[in-house]
Design a protein around this ligand. Structure first.
Ligand SMILES: C[S@@+](CC[C@H](N)C(=O)[O-])C[C@H]1O[C@@H](n2cnc3c(N)ncnc32)[C@H](O)[C@@H]1O
Length: 250
């Protein structure tokens, strides 16, 4: 007899499926427009980007709303997914600026490139790559943004070291991300199956901030912090996941 339990897919495969299947993103977020507004995107912002990119938004905040982007800035988005934050940043930095999105899932990059072409964006670029080993030259960017991605990295020290390397002196970084607060739950607690990869990589707030400081970041500030809840958050994790919005400088 076959077991009813489906084997769990690796993270990359799951994001590839989300990228390839429009419904998967909807299922992950329910009403995309309302979810995006709840995360801090304004109606005006959402109306300004390709609709499909908005629907594929999988973030836990709106780092572009925190970022003091200036015309001409070169911006890098770590884990750009369908490109929602890249497209928002692109409007702010204008024709003289540039926004580069990096994502480890080729299917996500393909989608984001298609949305960029459809939206006629001339100042954006999407590259396949891992944030632990960025395909970007030293000191090449003015601003780094990232939305709900670094939490996936088991080696956060490597991510922040790379972010520091590619940021120019005086550059800024704006992150929306999730941390785990309190003792980690028992691995076999009900509802945790889909969170097991996340839990294996999750770190607490202090550990996260320590990794940023160790990489060399200065003036690290928590701009906002709130308990994270969503349809996928099971009882065991309720109140344990914290949504953090951070700024740091080089
Ligand atoms: C929760 S989604 C967020 C996507 C996007 N930032 C947004 O707000 O919609 C996480 C994204 O991070 C990407 N990702 C996961 N691990 C990564 C890594 N090590 N390097 C680069 N991208 C990664 C996934 O492919 C996925 O697109």
């Amino acid at each position: 007899m076959r077991s009813k339990k489906q084997p769990k897919k690796p993270l990359g495969e799951r994001y590839a499926q989300v990228a390839s299947d429009a419904n998967a993103a909807h299922l992950a977020r329910g009403d995309a427009f309302a979810s995006a507004q709840a995360l801090g995107y304004s109606q005006q912002e959402l109306a300004s980007v390709p609709h499909e990119a908005m629907e594929m938004g999988l973030g836990c905040g709106n780092p572009t709303a925190l970022a003091d982007l200036r015309e001409g800035d070169v911006v890098l988005d770590l884990g750009s997914g369908g490109g929602l934050d890249v497209f928002l940043a692109a409007r702010r930095v204008g024709a003289k600026g540039r926004v580069i999105g990096i994502d480890a899932t080729p299917e996500m990059v393909e989608k984001a490139r298609a949305f960029a072409a459809k939206g006629g964006y001339k100042n954006v670029e999407f590259r396949v790559g891992r944030m632990e080993q960025l395909p970007i030259a030293d000191a090449a960017v003015d601003v780094i943004i990232s939305n709900c991605v670094i939490n996936h990295a088991r080696d956060k020290a490597a991510v922040f070291k790379e972010a520091f390397r590619v940021l120019r002196a005086g550059g800024r970084m704006f992150i929306s991300d999730l941390t785990l607060e309190g003792p980690p739950p028992q691995a076999d607690s009900p509802g945790l199956e889909i969170w097991s990869d996340w839990l294996a990589a999750a770190s607490g707030k202090q550990e996260y901030l320590r990794a940023m400081r160790a990489a060399g970041f200065q003036n690290i500030s928590i701009l906002a912090e709130s308990p994270y809840s969503g349809p996928a958050v099971c009882k065991t994790l309720e109140g344990k996941i914290v949504s953090l919005h951070l700024k740091a400088c080089k």
